[in-house]
Design a protein around this ligand. Structure first.
Ligand code: CTP
Ligand code: MN
Ligand code: MN
Ligand code: MN
Length: 370
């Protein structure tokens, strides 16, 4: 028996939320290639194609060993024709022609650079690209009118594209905790997003805030933001109120993955003195850096749903919702779980209970890196 042939025999479930997907896995070369194609599809606003590549990559991330030959892929789910072709090419030649062409294309490079500016999405970037704007410097020179988020994004471009380290995330957490406890003692702050999944770096830091006395959390965000602003911790912030109760759709919002919690998308000014690190800028070195921080507030009764919804990965979340709808006739959001057959909301006081309602084995955060 060839080494690894047993892979094809082991049956692998087809939804990412049925599998354990650790951060470190055995097929980086293949998943890197597929991720480039996924990214390119997303930048071209071809969501379906992007998801297909992401699902194929996620399948490979969940395998217990390295794939060395195409024959090992027989019987595995999630691998579409296009993804299989790319995988085979990489296995045989070490590289994929399509991936090489993509990474070297002017359009891909420009779209990546422009969407790398905080506040700039694929649509805007594409419009600018067609006007001949390929880099943040081109944009700066163009004299285009930018919104507040984009101006901040351009101003702190280099720093915001520097990975945020775990120790920086911890330092931000301490500031957030001071702010929240100053305005609402007893509130609970949880690190969510990639850092909760065990990542050592991130593109931002995400926090979920709640209070055991339901109702006490209402209107919390503006107070937290005022405190942070008064202490000079914020370079940028945009706060959105909770629109859950006013929304006509109810908690079951299958069409969108956007939730309606009170939230704040911000840029923190984090001192780098503790690490003895200096940030190089156009105006010389300085002892603080800009860090993207997302804050979300949830009522206590919705906390497990918010926690599950904001821990990610994005594909894992998408797969959970797809599983709920197609396999269980349920609608899952970051607010609630609705059983469409029994026409009732299913309560949960932990993530474990939500997995149980969904008929899924519990997958811990460190294994949600799909
Ligand atoms: N999320 C969300 N609604 C948004 C933005 C994010 O529900 N408007 C969720 C995403 O689905 C994800 C989590 O919040 O599960 C974290 O998102 P993000 O910070 O973008 O990604 P991370 O997984 O934390 O990765 P990174 O380390 O790059 O920040
Ligand atoms: Mn091809
Ligand atoms: Mn994050
Ligand atoms: Mn985030």
């Amino acid at each position: 028996q060839k080494p690894g042939l047993e892979l094809a025999v082991v049956s692998v479930p087809s939804y990412a939320c049925q599998r354990h997907t650790p951060l470190l896995h055995h097929n980086i070369t293949l998943t890197d290639a597929l991720s480039i194609l996924a990214e390119n599809a997303e930048l071209g606003e071809n969501e379906g194609r992007g998801v297909a590549f992401r699902r194929a990559a996620a399948l490979l991330k969940s395998l217990p060993q390295e794939v060395r030959g195409a024959e090992q892929l027989r019987g595995l789910p999630c691998l579409g024709e296009h993804s299989l072709r790319v995988i085979k090419e990489v296995l045989e030649d070490g590289v994929s022609h399509e991936v090489e062409t993509t990474t070297h294309s002017e359009q891909f490079k420009a779209m990546k650079a422009l969407t790398g500016i905080f506040g700039v999405g694929a649509k805007t970037a594409d419009r600018w690209f067609k006007e001949g704007i390929h880099t943040p410097s081109d944009l700066q020179r163009s004299g285009h009118t930018l919104n507040r988020a984009q101006r901040a994004g351009l101003q702190y471009y280099d720093e915001l594209n520097l990975p945020v380290t775990k120790s920086e995330a911890v330092a931000i957490g301490q500031i957030v905790e001071r702010a929240v406890h100053a305005v609402l003692p007893g509130a609970e702050i949880t690190l969510i997003g990639g850092f909760r999944r065990g990542k050592q770096t991130g593109h931002d830091v995400d926090f979920l805030i709640t209070h055991p006395d339901e109702g006490r959390e209402e209107g919390l965000m503006p107070k937290v933001v005022s405190w942070l602003e008064a202490q000079g911790f914020l370079l940028y912030q945009k706060t959105t109120g909770n629109s859950y109760l006013e929304s006509k759709e109810g908690p079951a919002r299958p069409a969108s993955n956007m939730d309606r919690f009170e939230r704040c998308f911000s840029i923190f000014r984090l001192s780098t003195d503790n690490e003895g690190r200096e940030i190089q800028t156009g105006n010389g070195p300085r002892s603080w850096r800009a860090v993207r921080v997302d804050l979300v507030v949830s009522p206590y009764s919705q906390f497990p749903f918010a926690l599950l919804g904001w821990t990610g990965s994005k594909l894992f979340e998408r797969e959970l919702r797809r599983w709920a709808v197609h396999e269980k006739a349920m609608t899952l959001s970051s607010h609630a779980l609705y059983d469409r057959k029994r026409t009732l909301y299913l309560r949960a006081s932990s993530e474990e209970e939500i997995f149980a309602h969904l008929g899924l084995e519990y997958i811990p955060p460190c294994d949600r890196n799909a």
